[in-house]
Write a protein that binds this ligand. Structure first.
Ligand code: SAH
Ligand code: SF4
Length: 375
């Protein structure tokens, strides 16, 4: 399954190439442009990973492809299923780095939470990902690969038109997507392509901690839904919770939201607000939030804090969350409280990976052998 295992060394992965790049590869092999279109269909509509199964292509051409290329998938280091149906994959890439990906099934839809980086360079004080030292950008192939792997696991090939279990994508896994914009954009363009994975931009939400200079570009080029990790209503507190606020303070962030291309009452910007007991959950802060959002087509997503070992915060009391939600709701903003999902498999941001790293470290301590990396 793992197209990028050592056995494929030297062969290039076709996943993650744009249509134009795929066409250029095929042209270099002497193939007509329509061959590239057929190949695109096999890879992204049919989910084929073995050239031998691509029966619309001639045998000789398939053999030529197999000599030069692979259609890869990230390797799965661990796969977990929660009692509530949430699935989580810890992916291991060729360099041994890991990132995670979560599928959350709901009655009428299913959302895939995708990572954009290994770790995160930002250090939001409530976020476990921010405590991880190793950071690198994920390549476009590694981002698209998460969606394709989920499709494999859900049995959703060829790309179904209706009744999909994977209907929505949120870039809310590990990493700050607007710090890896080029690769995220390349990946999302592939994911949105009508002849392939075919997920509408209306079903894709990019979450950012507030990389203000990239927000407009994201709206103009990708036109996906935007979510902002707000979490505080004063610069003083946001500087601590979401330190990028020191560079791009609230006023600038909210200005960028006001002019986000495509935002309208039909397509609102989501403001994520993690509920931290006694820190940011007072009624006065709910009222201030309403004032800040004036003039922005907004909805608010209240996220009960997901605790992790050693975290300096605790989850707000249910009553505080309810009162906060009521104030925001009464002002005319939808303010659903996100139900914690997959808690038994640590489906919150960054937790499975750290658990795995911890385990491997303790295993190494117990038995001083070099652990072989799974392919
Ligand atoms: N870096 C991006 C996207 C990934 S984080 C961003 O910050 O927006 C996705 C969401 O999960 C963010 O709103 C983030 O603030 C939130 N989050 C992170 N750790 C959390 C935790 N322990 N409990 C609840 N929400 C958390
Ligand atoms: Fe990075 Fe987002 Fe976590 Fe902040 S909340 S550390 S930006 S992943």
């Amino acid at each position: 399954m793992d197209g990028r295992s050592p056995a494929s060394a030297g062969r290039k992965d076709l996943v993650g190439l744009s249509r134009a790049a795929l066409q250029a590869e095929m042209a270099a092999m002497g193939a007509e442009p329509f061959r590239a279109r057929q190949l695109w269909h096999w890879i992204y509509n049919r989910g084929a990973t073995d050239f031998a199964t691509m029966t619309t292509l001639s045998k000789a051409f398939r053999a030529g492809l197999a000599e030069r290329y692979v259609v890869g998938r990230p390797a799965v280091a661990r796969a977990l299923v929660s009692v509530d149906g949430t699935r989580k994959w810890l992916l291991r890439f060729v360099d041994g780095q890991e990132a995670e990906c979560v599928h959350i099934p709901e009655e009428d839809r299913g959302t895939l939470c995708v990572s954009s980086q290994v770790g995160c360079t930002l250090t939001c004080s409530f976020c476990h990902t921010g405590t991880q030292r190793l950071v690198r950008n994920l390549a476009a192939a590694e981002i698209v690969g998460q969606v394709m792997l989920a499709r494999d696991a859900l049995g959703e090939w060829p790309s179904p038109q209706d009744d999909r279990q994977l209907t929505n994508i949120v870039l809310m896994g590990m990493g700050e997507p607007l710090f890896n914009y080029e690769n995220v954009a390349a990946a999302l363009k592939i994911v949105m392509d009508h002849e392939g994975l075919s997920l509408s931009r209306r079903k894709i939400t990019l979450s950012t901690s507030g990389v203000v200079p990239m927000i407009r570009r994201c709206g103009e080029e990708l036109a996906v839904n935007l979510a902002i990790s707000l979490h505080a209503v004063t610069d003083e507190l946001r500087d601590v919770l979401v330190p990028i606020n020191r560079k791009y303070p609230l006023a600038e962030l909210l200005d960028a939201c006001r002019s986000y291309p495509g935002a309208s009452n039909a397509r609102r910007i989501t403001f994520e607000y993690v509920m931290l007991n006694g820190i940011n959950d007072s009624p006065a802060e709910a009222r201030q939030l309403v004032r800040l959002l004036a003039g922005i087509p907004a909805k608010v997503n209240l996220i009960p804090f997901n605790p992790w070992p050693g975290a300096p915060y605790e989850r707000s009391r249910d009553a505080a969350i309810r009162e906060f939600a009521d104030i925001v709701n009464a002002a005319g903003y939808s303010s659903p409280v996100r139900t914690p999902r997959g808690e038994d498999i640590m489906a919150a941001c960054g937790q499975l990976k750290s658990d795995s790293v911890r385990k491997r470290r303790s295993e190494r301590l117990a038995a001083p052998v070099v652990e072989a990396e799974a392919p």
